[in-house]
Ligand binder design. Sequence first.
Ligand SMILES: [Fe+2]
Length: 311
Amino acid sequence: MREPIIVNWKSQDAELFGKHNLQLRHRLHESPLFSDEALAGLIENYPLSHYNLHYMASPDEPRQFWRQGEIGKAKGEDVIQAIRNGRMWINLRKVMEIDPRYDQLLKDIFSEFESYVPGLKTFKHNFGILISSPKAQVYYHSDVPGQSLWQIRGRKRIWIYPNSAPFLLPEELEALILNITEEEVRFENWFDEHAAIYDLEPGDMLHWPLNGPHRVVNEDVLNVSVTTEHWTPEIRKSYAVNFANGLLRRKIGVTPARNFDGPSVYAKATLTALYKYSGLQKRDAVKPKIDFRIDPASPKGLVDIPAFLKG
Ligand SMILES: [Fe+2]
């Protein structure tokens, strides 16, 4: 039998899982899957379709938005070095589709949680690896599926906020679920007074309630983190209701009821399925623009390239 991935699970954690913030200790950071060599090898062969490489402008630069770039022909270790020395982060998405070893790890993680939490049934698991520069920030946002963050290397601080108004408005959650990405979740500095704050070190893992807004600031050190995502029947139901509510509010102009039980849920699930099946959602989604490439020889670790649309 393999060793457990979570090393300090307590019986009461089963009652907290998915409902409250839950900080646990894990052993992923000791796995050879996250050595420098393994990460470099993974990056080198990673398809453009499956990663996002972002450059974050510094406060003294005129362009204040996040740019997206590509690895090009850079070696994996040079990409990590450019991130260590620069202002970038790379998100290797759906690692389980690229390398079966991480797929096995992902399966092991969720079969372990399902063995710990009575009645827990998860599916559509997702595994991402995030490598980010010292002091890099991820701004206030919310995610659609169930989320966990696993710290592998470096240290970061994460603020987790309540998953309801005024921290997350129904229309903000609907926009997120409809994939209208220009619309951001509002952040006010006073929100911090209501956040739970965690300092994560290698071996720390955090799981928080569905759609809970959060923001992250790295300490002055290269960070490697894993994000896992999952769905449950309850998460799917919440998604369908919010998706349909978003359509009702935006396309028809009504203010929808936020019922998560009863017959309206089935009607809304049907509306969601019809809309997705019709292909209308694709037309509304936004494609990212790639306009730089990793270049270890340049001071910022990148060069500008002619912009092209991804995907
Ligand atoms: Fe997130």
